[in-house]
Write a protein that binds this ligand. Sequence first.
Ligand SMILES: [Zn+2]
Length: 623
Amino acid sequence: MKTSFRGFITSSQLLGATSAACGLSFGLLGIIESQYYSPGSLAALMYGFGLYSVLGAFGGFLLALFFGGRYRIDHKAYLRFTCRLAIWPAAMFILAAGSYLVYRDAWNESLGSAGLTGWLLLLLVPVAALVWGFFANSFGHLVVSRPKGWAIGLVVIGLLGTAFASDFEKEWKIPDLKKEPDTTQSGPPVVFIVVDALRADVVDQKLTPNMYAFSKDAVVYRQAWSAASWTRPSVASIMTGRYPFRHRTIHKTDRLPSGLPTLADLLKKAGYVTLAAVTNVNLDPVFGLGRGFDTWAYFSDRPFLQAPPSARRLFIVEVYRLFRLKFFPGARDVKHYYAPGEKIVEQFQRFCSPLAKSQRQFFIYLHFMEHHDPYFAHPYSGEAVARVETPNPGLDRADELLNLYRQEVKHFDGLFAKLISYLKKGGLYDRALIVVTSDHGEEFADHGGFWHGTTLYQELVRVPLFIRFPNGVGAGSVFDEPVSLTDLMPTTLKVVNAQKQAGLDGQALSPTMAPSKRVIITEEDHQGCVLTAVRAGPYKLIRANADNPRKLEQLELYDLSVDHTESKNLVASETELGQELVRVMDSMANNTVDKSQDAAVKPEQVEIDSATQEQLRSLGYTE
Ligand SMILES: [Zn+2]
């Protein structure tokens, strides 16, 4: 039906035309903005166009409803009105969003205070708005011929685009097991279950009955140390059997150097199918820890408004997020911070039995985020405390935060029970090597702070470690000798009879023999705190950089056999012992196992894109 420009214009034509003009205009802005963050991303493009065009169409509709009455008859005025609606709200949007983006991306982050470039960029914003006005005029002309068709079509395409883009989520793909080459490898399946930020002292019969039951069926290491107190260096140590100063994956922008062999590399060489499902942004594929895995599925958080991760920084999404957090703090959703463990459990169930039936040897690494902040109340009520919004809680909030954390611990224990039941159903429980541990602990004002990553006290580096060796060999043994998570790689290689690796810091643990007595270390260079701790027998020495933001003493010495809470610093009274441990610490750093090998490992940095940056920020990883 052609619309005549003479005579009467119906109100539905007016509403349709203004909705369509405004929607098209905003949709195009959505495309431009989404490509500014994530160039080339189809999901971001569809989402940006979809969300903005629907919002624009809705806004245009409302404006026409309120202000359009007096234009109903005159077709010239009608055209003018429609065109203006395509121009002015969009131009105002450019002014608002553009100024915000310049402030956020240029001024605030890289240019410091108002540098010349910052001012020039800001001046560009009104110019862009004017240019927009010039072009956007055509949208009005475009839509007046078929106003309602355009409006309905635009909204439908917008909604479909948004919905489709929101669903761009990776499923965990199992390699085609039939196509894999046959192998004579006869080692057992290997399952690593790593739960982020789980303190060793909260795992007990009452709070975590399922994990406790598993520990009775496994070998328990009561003095296991993570190699660092935040995720990336700690997991890199698990995967390489080396301390952070040797794998050089220490800082926020570091990725695992390409020369280093990983556990997955070696198991793959030994004929294993290697699979991982992880939910911590520090394990995003860009950081290189997925090397050697056939499938490394990183399940991301879901930003607000169902945005795909590539479109999480859109102005509207950010405004909505700030609005929600400010006015509805009790209505949080775990998906906005990380992928809930249910997602991994569901995927694990999907292919646990095909894998078991395939007779292929496989290595599965699962990494859960439940104990990491934000700490959610359970059952989920939307109540939570997040590091990003509460970086320095008052010490009087320790009980409140610990209580929430314990609810998360209990909640995860239910998921853990499911994992174990799938392993049992698949006939894998008995024949597999099953490792359950955490990458570091968590602090609740034990030493005057919260969260993790800035100290090396026991609440942060002592982690649960339960290993069920194939056929339950050694089950029920409990060892108190200090061990390190760097031991997991050599232990696994030994159990699967893979070739032994030279130059590892870790040592193979045996299910039947106590770990050998040795000195172990853990380190940290995070958020301004450069720390090393060494453990020798009952003694622990921690060295900190001067002027560290946590205001830690430069040297602390504790006797853990009598001082579990590390409250009595012996460095002044036990001077000789302190000096001896400093020497041990320095000699470990200077005389590494294999100097030439270490020299070949060059640190590698990654450019972190804005979406990953934002995810890191939302979990409190700021620097
Ligand atoms: Zn972690």
